[in-house]
Write a protein that binds this ligand. Structure first.
Ligand SMILES: [Zn+2]
Length: 419
């Protein structure tokens, strides 16, 4: 992570607090489908008993690694990244990676003290030593280790529920560490430096949005940015815990449980494997309904999501070529609005006010039932994913419209004027 990139991204993400966000569904055709999420989505409710039962069951198929951070990086195909600052052990100095780094004021003693406090916290949760495997790559808590620890603190009660769910495993903490690192690495990946996710991360994103709704998802991303900043600045354990607990409030326990459930399903899995599991998870029925209202996707189609790009005001999903995964209502009605029909008609008028067919240049009439009657044609056929938007409306004569039918323009059907 390059610190220099953070302020810009944060402004972009923070600036979209209340604006209504669009979801762009790109199926590889020329026009992306623009979908407006319905407001009022809620996190799918998962009660603690059901959550613990599910986690216990999923843990049987997941393997925890002795180096969970490394395993998570491999899972998300991330190259090894250093923290926002580096700790030079020989000189016992912290070397900021950017001149405006927040870490300049922190002392080595604070680092060491923070690490000791973390180890004491482990004792209190029932396991001595580096219980969350935060120190496998460094002697003190580095950037990512701090994010993971603040995330653990954010989870609060859900962390204890996980320990309870894993109590029959040889090392319950190892499984918690695996979930934690999968979750934290995913968050780092989707938050900075390039908000683009592929493969298993893309499937996770589409599923998470189905479980928590797009607004909560967005708040979690913006909140995590703040959490990373606070975690980097923190010099004491209590500062880190306060930051984590603030984030925990944004998240809420239902979202935390959904995250944990998805993270453990992702461990050691592939994108298609994860997508196959998703409809079997608890709460999947509610999530399936929200997949449609939040993204215009069927939950069963999360595996078709190849990449996810987050920007200030929109979320873009690219889907497998040819996979029309949208629910029928994703594009709205098949009919164009009267306003769109009028606007397109007016645009086709020449200087004398005569409207023309876009495909053959014949003069159009608004009188119905004639070969030259004005009809509103989907330039990109509706059946092939074309939206009923003004941009996709071709003013056409009835003859051309009938002849073209559901064929693709120019490839399957060449307009008369271009023949
Ligand atoms: Zn025509």
């Amino acid at each position: 992570m390059k610190l220099c990139c953070i302020p810009v991204l944060m402004v972009l993400l923070a600036g979209c607090g209340t604006a209504s966000r669009a979801v762009h569904l790109d199926t590889g055709h020329s026009n992306a489908i623009v979908f407006t999420p319905r407001s009022g989505a809620e996190s799918v409710t998962l009660d603690d008993d059901e959550f613990e039962r599910t986690m216990a069951k999923l843990a049987r198929d997941a393997r925890s690694s002795s180096r969970p951070q490394e395993a998570a990086r491999r899972l998300f195909e991330m190259s090894a990244r250093s923290g926002a600052y580096t700790y030079e052990f020989s000189s016992r100095r912290i070397i900021p990676l950017a001149p405006n780094s927040q870490m300049q004021g922190a002392s080595t003693e604070a680092e060491v003290e923070l690490t000791r406090a973390y180890l004491r916290w482990c004792e209190r949760t029932g396991k001595s030593g580096d219980c969350l495997r935060l120190l496998t790559e460094g002697h003190t808590l580095d950037g990512d280790g701090r994010f993971a620890l603040s995330m653990a603190l954010a989870k609060g009660a859900v962390l204890n529920e996980m320990l309870e769910a894993f109590k029959d495993l040889t090392d319950p903490h190892a499984m918690v560490a695996a979930v934690l690192w999968t979750w934290t690495t995913y968050m780092v990946l989707i938050t900075v430096p390039e908000p683009l996710s592929k493969g298993i991360a893309a499937v996770m994103t589409a599923t998470l949005i189905s479980y928590v709704g797009i607004d909560t998802f967005w708040n979690l991303i913006v909140g995590f940015r703040h959490l990373m900043e606070e975690a980097e600045r923190a010099t004491t354990f209590s500062a880190l815990r306060e930051a984590g607990e603030r984030y925990g409030k944004i998240m809420g326990s239902n979202a935390a449980r959904a995250f944990a459930m998805l993270a453990i399903t992702a461990i050691g899995n592939t994108a298609p494997g994860l997508a196959k599991q998703v409809p079997k998870l608890p709460g999947a029925m509610h999530a399936a309904a929200q997949a449609e209202t939040q993204m215009g996707l069927r939950l069963g189609a999360v595996g078709e999501v190849e990449t996810v790009t987050l920007s200030a005001e929109r979320l873009s999903l690219s889907l497998a070529p040819g996979a029309v995964a949208m629910a029928a209502d994703a594009r709205g009605s098949r009919r164009f609005s009267q306003a769109a029909r009028n606007a397109a008609y007016e645009k086709s008028q020449d200087a004398t006010g005569q409207a023309h067919c876009e495909y053959c240049d014949e003069e159009l009439t608004r009188e119905p039932g004639k070969p030259q009657s004005y009809e509103a044609d989907h330039r990109k056929p509706y059946s092939k994913g074309g939206p009923s938007s003004e941009e996709n409306l071709a003013p056409s004569c009835r003859s051309c419209n009938r002849e073209k039918g559901a064929q693709e323009l120019d490839t399957d059907w060449v307009p008369p004027k271009n023949r």
